[in-house]
Design a protein around this ligand. Sequence first.
Ligand code: NAI
Ligand code: 15L
Length: 276
Amino acid sequence: MFARYKFHRLLLTGAAGGLGRVLRERLRPFAEVMRLSDVAEMAPAQGSFEELMACDLSDKSAVHALVAGCDAIVHMGGISVERPFEEVLQANIAGVVNVYEAARCHGVRRVVFASSNHVIGFYKQTEKIDAHVRRRPDSFYGLSKSFGEDVANFYFDRYGIETVSMRIGTSVPAPKDRRMLSTWLSYDDLVQLISKGLFTPNVGHTVVYGASANRDGWWDNHAAAHLGFAPQDSSEPWRTEIEALAAPAANDPVALYQGGVFTAYGPFGDEAGDVA
Ligand code: NAI
Ligand code: 15L
């Protein structure tokens, strides 16, 4: 529906995850063959248009084998919540370098990278920001996504590999709380955004916020206007039901910061017996 042409083989990492399971179906029109990968178990291939390859993103040689023969990459795999640094380091930091190094070696020219709003999570919910603001990561997880954006920048400047980094808000079937009234990204809008990320020419490294057309959105996408991303959905139909729920205190991080509760996780490693 959105694709102007098809890739021969499109790699989707994180294919066993919440979004990966949705995208496995929804990105199918974009490629003759979908190569699906995760470290976790995936549902069996639905036909010859699907290739399943188990792979730990922190395993450099496995990632090279995974990327060989692919024309583009939708990189959704990795740790998607706050975790101790050692875990984030392997999956997200080593993982993203492995993906780009493999892209360089195997001639892949386009990546769509699942970054996150946690790259800018310490901005207040009262602020409206664009993609040019100073990043304010709210967690080891947010730091890893910020690093991923820097890796994307570097691989464009050094090797011409183009990336669209999607700072996704909250992509779930429906918004569930007040914060999500601002951060929600419907699956249809996510698919549209990935399509723009894959098929828009000359994106260099573009950072785009991934949110639907929510009434009280915090993010201004003028810096990514060339993508033509035009979200069609909105959290508004859920407003009445969500606003009927008890409101968090005004000084609760979930009500204060764009990154919500991620700004308050940790620190890790200072429990008795667990200090390095
Ligand atoms: P998820 O946690 O459901 O899926 C991530 C997948 O990555 C999992 O299936 C997991 O097994 C896989 N994975 C983790 N470590 C791995 C490793 N070392 N090697 C290979 N695979 C590994 O997360 P979800 O919600 O599907 O998100 C997908 C991507 O989008 C993630 O990168 C996440 O950070 C990003 N994102 C998601 C948002 C959302 O609202 N769902 C918001 C912002 C960003
Ligand atoms: C993310 O980056 C997470 O992957 C997702 O699970 C949600 O927590 C989302 O951000 C959010 O901020 O709501």
